[in-house]
Design a binder for this molecule. Structure first.
Ligand code: GDP
Length: 527
């Protein structure tokens, strides 16, 4: 029994895929799912592109909004491993949930557009991965198009993200002139369009001891090949050393090149990723004890709650990362925050094309629990007397703010109730102006405001008026530094929901001005 569980846990690889919108995250995800046989055709991942998801109200709403619960967690099997991919939505769908998703994974895959290099959203998400110290694997995409020089991309990655990079393979040409990948790790050249550029249509050309393609090969006749060899030599001499430990510690990112659209280099990436990616990690409790994924008893935490946007169905789905043991449908657990016992009978698992009732899952897996309001973000659940309480999830510094009021002054009660509950649940952050006690809500993405407004109306029967305040830089100060005369329109003094003081600065300039004026006041950020 235990042996089976250990084997199952060891087979799990759970990662988040991060990128800036349009870098090719969806396309590469689809390729991975195709390899795993989890979907049969490309174009099925994004609900908004197809009519396939009109299965329930939930899905109807997801489709309308283009946010899909189904595609936010995907599972497939490959080479004896069970892989869980967690999507991190971008654009206007960006929210604190996006960051929290990164708390539920054991590694991250970063997709970069070779023509664009490192873009802002990648940078933000990357920072959270670094903070967690999880391994980061890089896929530089769209090699079938002309992009930046590979050497330039590598140094940009190292400079902008402050991480060491180790190219696992190297492009021979790009765009129309893409001939292949010089695969240093596998000691072979992976031929792009082997029927055109290969010998006897062979997909791989092995390297000899000198690092040259063995024997005669059409690619060897190209100057692009010489160029790639020169680059590779330069990298071996001047680049970083390969180190499994540095990868595991998140200090060295293995870099892969390829083209998701033409399915070139993706399988190599997947297979190499599986070799180096860690299995389920330990989790730390509030008492600073660690819980091993191989612990027999079940435990997990809620990292995301997705509310149903349909007023007729107020159910929500709480996403749980299993930290230890095995989940079996119908099992009894304790909710650590309230000490309340509950039966986990209404569970769901996320497949590429559907949601299925999950009967069984183990440490490393993600399950969805239908929730009628029991769960909050960060909640721990555990089996029997395991009695663990995982650390709180970090809070992320909001970047956009709105003043918020009840439209109908007669309905203050439901307004306050709704705001309190949504804040507690982690949907939005709440602040009060120091002087007048006005409500201000803060978020990392516009979507959070929309969801807030919608849910206030539908769940609490409270219409809200929101007045945009735009982007602000939020910086906390120590309570003993608080001086109400420091507040101005360019640096508004507010209190967070724990009554901690902070300033909302108009811009960088206002922050610097403040620091010059009050050099002894330390300004702190969350994450
Ligand atoms: P996401 O926003 O990161 O999920 O990006 P998508 O996967 O939706 O891709 C954005 C656009 O880039 C789509 O039009 C894709 O067809 C295109 N695309 C993705 N991968 C590649 C690639 O390897 N080469 C080229 N030329 N286009 C790609």
């Amino acid at each position: 029994m235990e042996e089976t569980l250990n084997k199952e846990v060891a087979s799990r690889k759970t990662f988040a895929i991060i990128s800036h919108p349009d870098a090719g995250k969806t396309t590469i995800t689809e390729q991975l799912l195709l390899f795993g046989g989890a979907i049969r055709q490309a174009g099925t991942v994004k609900g908004k592109k197809t009519g396939k998801f009109a299965k329930s109200d939930w899905m109807e709403i997801e489709k309308q909004r283009g946010i899909s619960v189904t595609s936010s967690v995907m599972q497939f099997d490959y080479n004896g491993k069970r892989i869980n991919i967690l999507d991190t939505p971008g654009h206007e769908d960006f929210s604190e949930d996006t960051y929290r998703t990164l708390m539920a994974v054991d590694s991250a895959v970063m997709v970069i557009d070779s023509a664009k290099g490192i873009e802002p959203q990648t940078k933000k998400l990357f920072k959270v991965c670094r903070m967690r110290g999880i391994p980061i694997f890089t896929f530089i995409n769209k090699l079938d198009r002309d992009g930046k020089e590979p050497l330039e991309l590598i140094s940009e990655l190292e400079e902008v993200l402050e991480i060491d990079a180790y190219p696992m393979n190297w492009p021979i040409g790009m765009g129309k002139g893409l001939l292949g990948l010089y695969d240093i790790y596998h000691q072979r050249v992976e031929v792009h369009r082997p029927e055109v550029n290969g010998k006897d249509g062979e997909r791989y050309a092995p390297l000899n001891e000198e690092g040259e393609i063995e024997g005669d090969h059409p690619i060897k006749h190209s100057t692009l090949y010489d160029r790639a060899l020169e680059d590779a030599l330069l990298l071996t001499e001047a680049g970083n050393e390969f180190s499994r430990e540095a990868i595991a510690d998140g200090e060295l990112t293995p870099v892969f090149f390829g083209s998701a659209l033409t399915n070139f280099g993706v399988q190599t990436f997947l297979e190499t990723y599986l070799e180096f990616a860690p299995g389920p990690s330990e989790h730390v409790t509030k008492e600073e004890e660690t819980v091993s994924p191989y612990e027999e008893k079940f435990s997990g935490f809620v990292f995301k709650i997705q509310a149903n946007m349909n007023p007729a169905h107020r159910d929500r789905i709480a996403f749980v990362r299993i930290c230890s043991g095995r989940f079996d449908r119908g099992m009894d657990v304790t909710l650590a925050r309230t000490d309340k016992k509950m039966k986990l009978s209404n569970s769901t698992q996320f497949m590429a094309e559907s949601r299925e009732t999950v009967q069984h899952a183990v440490a490393g897996d993600i399950i969805g629990l239908y929730d009628t309001g029991n769960f909050q973000i960060g909640d721990t659940i555990y089996e029997d007397r395991l009695n663990v309480h995982f650390e709180d999830l970090p809070q992320f510094t909001p970047e956009i703010f709105m003043k918020v009021n009840a439209k109908n002054v007669m309905k203050q009660k439901s307004f306050h109730k709704g705001v309190q509950q949504l804040v507690q649940e982690g949907a939005i952050q709440l602040y009060k102006t120091y002087h007048t006690g006005d409500y201000i809500i803060g978020a990392v993405g516009q979507l959070q405001f929309e969801v807030f407004q919608y849910r206030m109306k539908n769940e609490y029967n409270s219409e809200v008026v929101m007045t945009p305040m735009g982007n602000k830089i939020a910086r906390w100060i120590a309570p003993e530094d608080l001086d109400e005369n420091m507040s101005s329109s360019r640096n508004l003094l507010v209190l967070d929901r724990f009554d901690q003081p902070l300033f909302l600065f108009e811009n960088e300039f206002a922050t610097r001005w403040f620091q010059d004026k009050y050099p002894d006041v330390a300004l702190q950020t969350l994450l």
